[in-house]
Ligand binder design. Structure first.
Ligand SMILES: Cc1cc2nc3c(=O)[nH]c(=O)nc-3n(C[C@H](O)[C@H](O)[C@H](O)COP(=O)(O)O)c2cc1C
Length: 150
């Protein structure tokens, strides 16, 4: 079982969460491609069995600028991931109201359009609620690892 772990971040938090996820996957005996920066060629070359993406929200519900080439690349090239398990960790701040975790939502919708299969409901990490999102995400990572190995 081989997992691709990608991230999109402005200030580095989503990268940190993704690094932690990659470590936990490795500790569980999974093969891991930590694709950083996120890019379509790297993802396709890795040809993973499952995809995990940690992405924050910026602006008014937008994806990080550094993540846009990946997102637009997926939209343009439209590689089908039919049936491939994926999960998204969305970082945001509930103080932003309606745009809370919209970046993660956008990515989730695109992966569903690409026919990937959502292995686990999206995890929302709220900057208003936690100072250690990578630790808070640990039980969700364990669930993700268990689900994709079934
Ligand atoms: C300028 C700015 C705009 C933001 N806009 C949103 C937003 O629209 N929705 C949201 O949920 N969070 C928003 N956030 C909160 C970030 O997504 C949150 O702090 C996140 O943990 C940052 O992760 P990062 O370090 O990986 O970029 C915003 C933060 C900043 C600084």
């Amino acid at each position: 079982m081989h997992v691709a772990v990608l991230s999109g971040s402005v200030y580095g938090t989503a990268d940190l969460v993704a690094d932690e996820a990659a470590d936990r996957c490795r500790e569980a005996g999974l093969g891991v491609s930590r694709i950083k920066p996120a890019n379509v060629d790297g993802l396709l070359e890795a040809n993973p069995d499952a995809i995990l993406v940690c992405v924050s929200t910026t602006g008014m519900g937008e994806l990080p600028d550094s993540f846009m080439p990946f997102f637009i690349g997926l939209q343009d090239r439209f590689p089908l991931f039919t049936g491939k398990p994926f999960a998204v960790v969305a970082l945001g701040d509930s103080a932003y109201g309606d745009t809370f975790c919209q970046g993660g939502e956008q990515l989730r919708e695109l992966l569903l359009e690409l026919q990937a299969h959502e292995a686990l409901p999206m995890l929302r990490l709220d900057a208003s609620e936690t100072v250690s999102p990578e630790l808070d995400a640990a039980p969700w990572f364990d669930q993700f690892i268990a689900v994709i190995q079934c």
